[in-house]
Design a protein around this ligand. Structure first.
Ligand code: SF4
Ligand code: SF4
Length: 91
């Protein structure tokens, strides 16, 4: 599956921001975070992203300081354009 299709499938499975992370992978498939950029050539999918049994994980999460920096375990911290619009329209 190519990266655009994987990201599209992930978007379909993404929970709302702040809900428990279900490892859909949408965040990391669509944008490499600042930490991931240190390990990833420009323009490529993050080298720290791994897929296991249909779920995505960050290899850096096993290091406590990286996990804290990335807010691992604190719920979904990614937001889609649609979620942003919903929030704006709810105000
Ligand atoms: S944090 Fe990323 S992998 Fe976890 S639910 Fe949100 S978009 Fe999916
Ligand atoms: S470093 Fe981890 S959290 Fe950041 S983009 Fe890569 S896989 Fe995702």
């Amino acid at each position: 599956m190519n990266i655009e299709i994987e990201a599209h499938v992930a978007r379909m499975n993404k929970p709302k921001m702040d809900a428990p992370c279900n490892h859909c992978g949408w965040c990391c498939l669509t944008e490499t975070c600042a930490l991931g950029k240190l390990f990833t050539p420009e323009g490529e999918t993050c080298t720290q992203l791994v897929k296991q049994d249909g779920k995505y994980y960050c290899k850096l999460a096993s290091t406590a300081s990286y996990a804290a920096f990335l807010h691992i375990g604190e719920g979904c911290n990614a937001i889609t354009v649609e979620e942003k619009l919903e929030m704006l329209l709810a105000v």
